[in-house]
Design a protein around this ligand. Structure first.
Ligand code: DAH
Length: 430
């Protein structure tokens, strides 16, 4: 089945750090965190019914992570149980999973073309400092991605990485000059078939020494930009075959100039990745003063959905054999065959919003109740009355990937959503 991942709005782009995504408001940590963290604590008793119990310890890269250290009932913590349960799943390290198959295909491209020169990191812990996630890659203090509305904070100094760029500076400081970092990344977001609060990214970095560009007669930046484009065009060809491509100028805090690569896939332009010439400041701080470097970041789900024709991002998390048995190691682009499609059920929810209302907080509540049974949460009506009160109406689509849901089950979910939206987001239902 053909699917389009072309972004309808800039903020639906997989590239969070794109300038167009900077919104005009920043939530104060306490205001927004209290909403979401109290939401998850109140949701706990209700979702037992639909969920497996969450393990209380996970191991990543040989390090044990205890749930109580990640999910705490504290206003500076906005990590729900459902997110903790994803830590350590590491879909990118499963060779028979579409995400792992794609990762291996990209590693393969670099191994073939750079004779194994790129060091690979795919077991780095997703719990990082806010400094690593933001400061080290020059994300401005007022950037929207730092808000509690967009990022999962464990405490004010510690986050679940929202991009693999969080590891760039440390790996450079350790002395590496060619490397790829793959990992699970976490973002509070809206709910639809291409957005899930956990997904996987790959970061690539290559550092050049003066002799490399001097011989070319080009200046350092032009040399790095030209090499970057050549490398990534080759990668796109390796993955997609002979496709039409175009470069679009972009903005990222960590690169200058910055670009996005798009490919023409089934008559639509699809954003494949973001990249650019690394800001000199990042290199300088990691002890590389006479160098220039390029970097790129790509979202694995976005590409895997196209390559394997996987129509909904929730499918990647299924343990159902009808999904898992369709993929095998080394087989990039085997087309996914949907097992019979189960009917969706739509329920509307209207309420008067307040000043602190955000769609991400609403989605967190809905996910807390319905988990992966929620397919989409969509604003379908929005108006402000004469008194200045604003009403939103959201349409929630419930659909299981594995079975038909009963009316009773859906009504119960919707009832729980209504209760919690009212109590946790302090909105007035209509
Ligand atoms: N970290 C960016 C994001 O998640 C993606 C990215 C863009 C990474 C450009 C890079 C880069 O290394 O150079 O939106």
């Amino acid at each position: 089945m053909a699917i389009s991942l072309a972004h309808s709005t800039f903020c639906k782009s997989s590239l969070l750090f794109h300038r167009a995504c900077v919104r005009s408001y920043i939530l104060t940590p306490l205001a927004s965190a209290s909403t979401s963290s109290s939401a998850h604590s109140a949701i706990k008793p209700q979702h037992q019914k639909w969920r497996q119990p969450v393990a209380s310890v996970v191991e990543i890269g040989g390090v044990k992570i205890v749930k109580d250290d990640v999910v705490r009932d504290d206003p500076t913590n906005n990590v729900p149980d459902t997110i903790f349960s994803k830590l350590g799943m590491q879909l990118h390290r499963r060779n028979h999973h579409p995400i792992g198959i794609l990762k291996n295909a990209i590693y393969n491209y670099f191994d073939i073309n750079y004779s194994g020169k790129f060091e690979k990191f795919d077991d780095l812990c997703p719990i990082v400092s806010a400094k690593q996630n933001f400061d080290d890659v020059l994300v401005p203090d007022d950037h929207v991605s730092r808000s509690y509305n967009d990022t999962y904070y464990i405490d004010p100094e510690t986050v679940l990485r929202c991009h693999t760029s969080a590891h760039q500076a440390d790996i450079l400081t350790e002395g590496n000059t060619h490397f790829l970092v793959t990992g699970d990344v976490y973002r509070r977001d809206s709910i639809d078939s291409t957005h899930y609060p956990v997904f996987h990214q790959m970061e690539g970095v290559r550092v050049f020494s003066p002799h490399e560009w001097e011989a070319s007669g080009m200046d350092a930046t032009s040399y790095a930009a030209a090499d970057l484009k050549k490398c990534l065009e080759g990668l796109a060809k390796h993955l997609f075959g002979a496709v039409e491509m175009r470069w679009v100028d972009s903005y990222f805090p960590f690169t200058n100039p910055s670009f996005e690569l798009e490919i023409n896939f089934q008559e639509k332009w699809l954003e494949v990745l973001g990249c650019g010439v690394m800001e000199q400041e990042i290199l300088k701080r990691s002890g590389k003063i006479n160098n220039v470097a390029w970097a790129f970041g790509l979202g694995l789900e976005r590409l895997a959905m196209v390559l394997f024709e996987i129509p909904d991002i929730r499918l990647f998390w299924l343990t159902d054999e009808r999904f898992t048995s369709q993929f095998s190691e080394g087989q990039l682009g085997v087309k996914f065959k949907p097992f019979s499609k189960f009917p969706p059920c739509y329920k509307d929810l209207s309420f008067w919003i307040n000043d602190s209302f955000t769609e991400n907080n609403l989605c967190e509540v809905v996910r807390g109740v319905a988990g992966d049974l929620v397919e989409e949460v969509k604003l379908i009506d929005n108006f402000t009355n004469k008194k200045g009160m604003t009403s939103h109406c959201y349409r929630i689509a419930y659909r299981s990937m594995e079975r038909s849901l009963t009316d009773e089950e859906i009504n119960q979910l919707q009832w729980n959503v209504r209760e919690l939206v009212q109590s946790k987001l302090a909105v007035v239902l209509r």
